[in-house]
Design a protein around this ligand. Structure first.
Ligand code: SAH
Ligand code: SF4
Length: 337
């Protein structure tokens, strides 16, 4: 896979008897012009273009479908070399744009309200596929994003080896050159991954999907790979102490499950103890799943309880719901190709 080239490209060029500046030219095509086909790299000699094309498999992530919502949100369905699919979402907000990327094909956690969890895990994305996904979004959008969030299909911290290699390419000055602080990694609370990420001492934002203020609510929503709440909170403290970064708790609000005022009070206590922000996400209903979002006034009340207790809280408005922009929805309607 060619799209995470770093030292290996330099070595390959040296072996081929090519001059070192060719590496910069190739990096420029890939990471700044989002061009993955060596045959299109016009400032390279033809023989090198052909050698590159024969030696590396580039451009294996193909755009299969895209849907745009009136608010500008675009959802891309991307095909992989083995016929599997992933999805990415491009979310403009004001003058800024966020790309929401996938980390796995399917997801092993299987949250009851999430379209990504319904078919289980198919496989991890390779590092190159994660980077190619980002470049495919840039090509479609015609610009780089301001923020990157790993909130698409999959549990990123269960594919941490590949994710870290991809992030190295994404943040490397000589490659995609993207700021660590503009990247958010979202996890369902996989504590081994949170601790490993903490040890990397990078400046990534960590978002932890709690969805419940106690283990019994979490058990109803998160069937697999679920860790106890106290263990998750300890891991978050560790992340904050190692990186100096404030953690965000994501909380998908679901009618009749986790949206009562007393649950907001418990969540506020947890967030304050962890010095965490809270991001409320009213459920984007998945047609085949038996959950819905609470009424507006219930959501407002929940938010005001948190605010009254001094918690920094934001709410994610259902952007792009007309294009099935909740995690995994486009993929689940498309299957494999
Ligand atoms: N697996 C990781 C990252 C991907 S999911 C995680 O769970 O954090 C990213 C976020 O989208 C999670 O907070 C998840 O709860 C939320 N989400 C998934 N399906 C949703 C839906 N139908 N409506 C609203 N939020 C959803
Ligand atoms: Fe997986 Fe996250 Fe969806 Fe849960 S919410 S099934 S962890 S992608």
């Amino acid at each position: 896979m060619c799209v995470t080239p770093g030292r290996e490209l330099f070595r390959w060029l040296e072996f081929e008897g090519q001059r070192a500046f060719r590496a910069d030219q190739i990096m420029g095509w890939i990471y700044r012009k989002w061009t993955l086909d060596p045959l299109e790299m016009q400032n390279l000699p033809e023989c090198l273009r052909i050698r590159l094309s024969d030696s590396f498999s580039c451009g294996t992530v193909k755009m299969l479908d895209s849907q745009s919502a009136p608010d500008g949100t675009a959802k891309l369905l991307l095909g992989l070399h083995d016929g599997q699919t992933i999805e990415s979402v491009i979310i403009p907000h004001g003058s800024r744009t966020t790309f929401c990327l996938s980390s796995q094909v399917g997801c092993p956690v299987g949250c009851r309200f999430c379209a990504s969890g319904t078919g289980g895990l198919v496989r991890n994305l390779h590092a190159g596929e994660i980077v190619e996904q980002l470049l495919a979004c840039c090509r479609h959008y015609g610009a780089r994003p301001d923020n990157l969030v790993f909130m698409g299909v999959g549990e990123p911290l269960m594919n941490l080896d590949n994710l870290l290699v991809a992030l190295e390419a994404i943040c490397d000055k000589a490659r995609f050159d993207f700021a660590q602080r503009r990247i958010t990694i979202s996890t369902s609370g996989w504590t081994a991954g949170i601790r490993r990420l903490a040890e990397c001492r990078r400046q990534f934002n960590l978002a932890v999907s709690l969805h419940g203020s106690d283990d019994s609510v979490r058990k109803k929503l998160i069937p697999n790979c679920r860790r106890p709440l106290h263990e998750i909170l300890d891991a978050c403290d560790h992340y904050r102490s190692q990186t100096g970064r404030m953690v965000t708790f994501e909380y998908t609000l679901i009618d009749g499950v986790n949206s009562r005022p007393e649950q907001a009070t418990e969540l506020a206590d947890i967030a304050k103890r962890s010095r965490a922000k809270v991001n409320l996400i009213p459920l984007n209903a998945v047609p085949s799943l038996p959950f819905g979002p609470p009424q507006r006034d219930v959501i407002k009340k929940f938010m005001s309880v948190l605010e009254a207790r001094g918690v920094q809280v934001s709410i994610r408005i259902g952007k792009g719901s007309s294009v099935a922009a909740a995690c995994g929805q486009l993929r689940s309607s498309a299957g494999t190709y």
